[in-house]
Design a protein around this ligand. Structure first.
Ligand code: CU
Length: 358
C-alpha cells in the first residue's frame, strides 16, 4: 500500500515539475515498444531489455478475399500436384496460428556515435489444422495441432548516429541476423489418407531463417526539441535481406517495414502512442526437399504478404527512472496475401527496459 502511495505522490510531484523534463528522460524518447532499434545511447551507457510478443492469426485470405476451408480445398491447387501421392488440390487447411516470442536484448554505446545492440529470442509456435478426407470432396476427416518451440535467431547490429540535436535524432542501422534457430523442426500430422506420420513442418513453423541475413534501417525521431512540447513523432525503415541460401536449399523472403508514430505525453512519466506500419514479406526462394504436403504453408509460393497495421501503445518511466515499461497493441487495417495464407488478427508487445544510466 505504501508503494501505491509513493507512486501517487511521485506522479503528483512529477506533474508539478512537467516543464523540467529532460529530453532523455521523456517517456517518448523511446519509440513504441514494437519498434526495434529505435533509439541510440550516449557514450558508455548501456541497457538491458526483455520483451514478449504475441501474434494471433485466424482464417485465410486469398489476396484480400476471405476463403473458408471448404472453398480452399475445392478451388486451390496443390503446389505439389503431379508428384507421387499428391492430390490436385490442397487438402489440409490451417485455421489458427499463435506465435509467442520472448526477446532478451542488450545495448551498449562505446562512443556517442555508435550504439551496439544484440538480441536473441525464444519462440513458441502453434498451428491448428483441418484435414479433408481423400483426394477430393469436402468431407472433414479430422483436426490436428502442430507445435514448435526453441531458440530463435539472434541479431547483432550497430546503430550509427547520423545527426540530430536536442530531442531530434537520425540514425542508421546495420546488422546481421545469426542462424541460431533450428529449421528442422518436426511434429505429427494427420494426412488425408488418415495416417499420422511425423514430418518436417512447413516454413512458418520453423524457428528461424537458417541463414545469415543482413539488416538495414534508418530511424528519425523527434521528441522534445522544445522542452515543453508534449507531442513527439518518428519514423523508421527497416529491412531484412536474405543474402544466402540455408543448409536446406532455400531462403526465406526479404522483409521490409516502414513505420511512423506519434506520441503524446499525458503525464511526465507516461506517453501514449499511435503507429502506422506497412510490412512486406516475400515468398520463399528455393525449397526444402523434406517439406512437401497438400497444405498452403508447405508451398514456397504462398508466403508473400503485405500488411498495414495500426498500433496503440504506452511508454512509462518507472519512478526510479532506471526502468521503462512499454506496451503496444496492433491490428491490421489492410492485408494482401499471396494465398491462401492465414490472416493476422492482432499483435501485442510488452517490454521492460533497464538502464543504470537512464
Ligand atoms: Cu536502449
Amino acid at each position: 500500500m505504501s508503494k501505491v502511495f509513493a507512486l501517487s505522490l511521485f506522479c503528483l510531484c512529477s506533474i508539478a515539475a512537467l516543464s523540467d523534463i529532460r529530453a532523455d528522460t521523456r517517456p517518448d524518447s523511446h519509440a513504441p515498444i514494437g519498434v526495434m532499434g529505435d533509439h541510440v545511447h550516449k557514450k558508455d551507457e548501456w541497457m538491458l531489455s526483455f520483451r514478449t510478443m504475441t501474434m494471433s492469426m485466424q482464417g485465410n485470405l486469398q489476396g484480400t478475399i476471405s476463403l473458408s476451408p471448404e472453398e480452399i480445398v475445392q478451388t486451390q491447387v496443390n503446389g505439389f500436384a503431379g508428384m507421387p501421392m499428391q492430390p490436385a488440390n490442397l487438402r489440409v487447411v490451417p485455421t489458427k496460428m499463435t506465435m509467442q516470442m520472448q526477446m532478451l536484448g542488450a545495448m551498449y554505446a562505446p562512443t556517442d556515435r555508435v550504439t551496439l545492440m544484440a538480441m536473441t529470442s525464444y519462440k513458441n509456435i502453434e498451428m491448428d489444422h483441418i484435414t479433408f478426407m481423400g483426394g477430393m470432396g469436402t468431407q472433414r476427416l479430422g483436426t490436428f495441432t502442430t507445435k514448435t518451440s526453441g531458440l530463435g535467431d539472434t541479431q547483432v547490429a550497430a546503430l550509427i548516429k547520423l545527426g540530430g540535436d536536442t530531442g531530434v535524432s537520425w540514425h542508421g542501422t546495420l546488422g546481421l541476423s545469426l542462424p541460431t534457430a533450428d529449421i528442422e523442426e518436426t511434429d505429427t500430422i494427420l494426412t488425408p489418407m488418415n495416417m499420422r506420420p511425423t514430418v518436417r513442418l512447413p516454413y512458418p513453423m520453423q524457428l528461424g531463417s537458417g541463414s545469415f541475413d543482413l539488416i538495414s534501417g534508418l530511424t528519425y525521431s523527434n521528441h522534445g526539441a522544445d522542452h515543453r512540447a508534449k507531442l513527439g513523432w518518428g519514423s523508421q525503415w527497416r529491412s531484412v535481406w536474405r543474402v544466402e541460401e540455408n543448409s536446406e536449399n532455400y531462403r526465406l523472403g526479404d522483409e521490409h517495414q516502414l513505420s511512423s508514430w506519434v506520441s503524446y505525453i499525458v503525464a511526465p512519466s507516461v506517453s501514449l502512442s499511435g503507429r502506422l506500419t506497412y510490412m512486406y514479406k516475400g515468398n520463399v526462394r528455393g525449397k526444402d526437399g523434406q517439406i512437401m504436403a497438400p497444405v498452403q504453408t508447405a508451398d514456397p509460393n504462398r508466403h508473400k504478404r503485405q500488411r498495414v497495421d495500426v498500433g496503440v501503445g504506452a511508454n512509462w518511466i518507472l519512478p526510479n527512472e532506471n526502468y521503462r515499461l512499454g506496451l503496444e497493441f496492433a491490428v491490421p487495417i489492410w492485408q494482401r496475401l499471396s494465398g491462401p495464407q492465414m490472416e493476422t488478427d492482432w499483435g501485442l508487445s510488452l517490454g521492460l527496459q533497464w538502464s543504470p544510466s537512464a
